[in-house]
Ligand binder design. Structure first.
Ligand code: HEM
Length: 262
């Protein structure tokens, strides 16, 4: 019907539309952006109202991008020479040039965003009600990782040369244990190891799951095109006729109606 306009991003019928929907979902968390929250409006005789929930989106975006930048910057521990892209990222992340060693914005942003996501689970009664251990645990881990990382870089200081010897030893399969790099580093690495081990069996796999999500990655063209499941096999079925042939005597005996008498 021509008077119903198609939203080609929300409801794409072509692969190009699906591609745009996936891009926006992966890089801008579009469906989270469109998220609403329900509440009883006290000023309008407790009517159920829906309002735009922007802060979860802002917090999630800050959290994920800061996490990505921190991880990419950490490549300097595992590469020699450090790639130009990582150095450029360090330059951009440290652009406000505060303190010595210079402040990388992504560190505190990661910590604050993770704390915001945690406080939402604790203080928002509705979110708290549906929160489980699997929701808190990764947040605790990431808060611990960011806090130990920040403490190492800006407060207690660690032996970076020793750490680089260790990390380069790991990636070149020539393990080397440096002396005295500082206990905080081992705390940091321990929490990171737990996070990485926990990752594949946890809800953190939404990182891969988003690519496999049919409501995002399939064109909505089911009325224009017939899709047949390619791995469907012939299922031996038992029709009603066969059923009745099988049980006709017993059905007649029990007084049940039958289609054919004989
Ligand atoms: C999930 C992975 C990780 C996250 C989220 C993380 C997070 C952080 C953060 C936020 C900092 C504060 C300084 C900054 O912003 O760079 C930091 C520092 C640090 N991290 Fe990590 N880290 C991770 C993995 C690792 C790994 C695998 C290693 C080494 C094996 C490592 C070694 C260090 C060291 C040595 C510092 C201090 C850097 C300095 O003094 O300049 N981190 N980390």
């Amino acid at each position: 019907m021509p008077w119903i306009k198609q939203n080609t991003i929300d409801n794409p019928s072509t692969s190009a539309g699906v591609f745009v929907r996936m891009l926006l979902e992966i890089f801008a968390f579009r469906s989270l952006f469109r998220n609403t929250k329900a509440a009883f409006n006290r000023h309008a005789s407790n009517k159920l109202t829906y309002s735009w929930e922007i802060f979860l989106w802002v917090g999630a975006l800050a959290f994920h991008y800061a996490f990505l930048v921190v991880i990419l910057r950490h490549l300097r521990f595992f590469t020699a020479p450090v790639p130009g892209g990582v150095q450029f990222l360090e330059y951009l992340d440290g652009i406000i040039q505060v303190g010595l060693p210079g402040l990388f914005l992504s560190g505190p942003v990661l910590l604050l965003a993770a704390l915001f996501l945690l406080s939402r689970r604790i203080f928002d009664a509705k979110v708290s009600y549906i929160s489980q251990a699997a929701d808190y645990f990764p947040l605790f881990l990431i808060i611990g990782i960011a806090a130990t990382g920040i403490a190492m870089r800006y407060f207690t200081k660690v032996d970076i040369i020793g750490i680089k010897e260790l990390t380069m030893g790991l990636v070149t399969f020539h393990p080397h244990i440096p002396e005295e790099v500082g206990g905080l580093f081992y705390g940091h690495l321990f929490l990171v190891s737990i996070l990485f081990a926990y990752f594949p069996m946890s809800k953190l796999m939404h990182m891969g799951g988003v690519f496999l999500s049919p409501t995002r990655n399939m064109a909505n063209n089911t009325r224009a095109k017939r899709h047949i499941n390619p791995w469907n096999y012939d299922v031996p079925i038992h029709t009603y006729e066969q059923y009745e042939d099988h049980f006709r005597d017993k059905m007649i005996e029990a007084g049940l109606p039958v289609d054919k008498k004989e």
